[in-house]
Design a protein around this ligand. Structure first.
Ligand SMILES: CC(C)(COP(=O)(O)OP(=O)(O)OC[C@H]1O[C@@H](n2cnc3c(N)ncnc32)[C@H](O)[C@@H]1OP(=O)(O)O)[C@@H](O)C(=O)NCCC(=O)NCCS
Length: 170
């Protein structure tokens, strides 16, 4: 089980105690607007995240809680590794946004992925209308690689998808 630490954050495995808060923010309309999870998001769905791999770097999705060093839960992030590539997704709860926590968490995750894990390409797939995550990715060194038009059906509407990626060797 990999727990990663940075100046203000601890990225640790999710626990059962985290789930009620996670369910609350995943059902928040502002937080969920551009996200792919099914609504209403239930405790059972959240519980399935606990079983999603424990070791960062093992193939498949791994979830981490983003917490303060004193244990305050700020959000969650996921990384899906497949060979030398990894996909990432990140959420901060309302009240924890706009303070640089997401950038700090992403920097920490990228350092681990490109360092000990030996990943060569990290990417994120986002709804182009999701401006905060586009800013986060660009600030974190990702470049827009592709715009897929009307790529998938999201809550009854066909939406575009932007693929951002950052390469280990630039
Ligand atoms: C995507 C998401 C995590 C980005 O969070 P965020 O709070 O915008 O990003 P950060 O935590 O890095 O904060 C950056 C912002 O805080 C500001 N900020 C304030 N204090 C700061 C500090 N001490 N250090 C750094 N930035 C600070 C920055 O200027 C920046 O504002 P800007 O984007 O207006 O320029 C958040 O919008 C979210 O959870 N969205 C809902 C879920 C979602 O759609 N996720 C995307 C799935 S891939």
């Amino acid at each position: 089980m990999t727990t990663l630490c940075s100046h203000r954050l601890v990225l640790r495995p999710l626990s059962e105690d985290d789930l009620p808060s996670l369910v609350a923010w995943r059902n928040d309309p502002e937080v969920s607007r551009y996200q792919g999870w099914v609504l209403p998001y239930t405790l059972e769905m959240a519980r399935s995240l606990l079983g999603e791999g424990l070791d960062l770097g093992a193939d498949g999705w791994v979830q981490r809680a983003i917490s303060s060093p004193t244990g305050e839960l700020l959000g969650d992030l996921g990384m899906c590794t497949e060979g030398a590539q990894a996909e990432v997704g990140i959420t901060l709860r309302p009240g924890a946004q706009r303070q640089g926590y997401a950038a700090e968490a992403m920097r920490t995750l990228l350092g681990h992925a490109f360092g000990p894990l030996g990943v060569r390409r990290v990417f994120a797939s986002i709804d182009p209308r999701n401006a905060p995550v586009a800013r986060l990715l660009e600030r974190s060194g990702f470049r827009l690689e592709a715009r897929l038009e009307r790529s998938y059906l999201h809550r009854g509407a066909w939406v575009d998808e932007d693929v951002y990626a950052v390469l280990r060797d630039g």
